[in-house]
Design a binder for this molecule. Structure first.
Ligand SMILES: [Mg+2]
Length: 161
């Protein structure tokens, strides 16, 4: 396993120790540029998946940590069906898939923050949020993990805490 994968696993377990046990731990993932190489709607082969992030997600699943997906893919029937099918093929199990409803949120930044808040209000601690943009983490998102350049590098961001 790679250094990035190992670092994610280790950081997750370090973070977990800081949280109370009244709330269930969970981790939030963006999709595009985070789990999938940017610009890929549904991967056709392994090269279109960001393997360190994807394998980290599978690891979390294997130890019973709940996963939430928050994507700025626009909410529509077709888009939701297509994205659910893509996640199913990748064997990604999630508690909820948040997609950007542009009738409710003009800004994708506000949409993502409100989604994290809703997760928190449902009794969860978000331990980590992973994404390739700064709006993928922040309030209610725990430790931010910025995915650079389709997984070539990651950066931990906690200076907003
Ligand atoms: Mg993204």
């Amino acid at each position: 396993m790679s250094n990035i994968y190992n670092s994610l696993v280790e950081s997750f377990h370090n973070e977990l120790e800081y949280y109370d046990t009244k709330h269930k731990p969970c981790v939030v993932f963006d999709i595009d540029g985070t789990i999938l190489v940017d610009g890929i709607y549904s991967p056709k082969n392994d090269d279109e998946i960001i393997k360190d992030v994807y394998n980290f997600l599978l690891y979390l699943q294997s130890i019973g940590i709940d996963i939430f997906i928050i994507t700025a893919r626009p909410e529509s029937r077709q888009n939701r069906i297509g994205t659910i099918e893509m996640l199913r093929k990748l064997r990604i199990n999630y508690k909820y898939l948040y997609m950007w409803n542009q009738n409710i949120f003009r800004s994708h930044i506000k949409f993502k923050e409100e989604a994290r808040r809703e997760i928190f209000e449902n009794g969860y601690n978000v331990i980590m949020s992973l994404g390739d943009n700064h709006w993928d983490y922040g309030d209610y998102g725990g430790l931010g993990v910025h995915i650079h350049n389709n997984g070539d590098k990651i950066e931990y961001v906690d200076d907003f805490l």
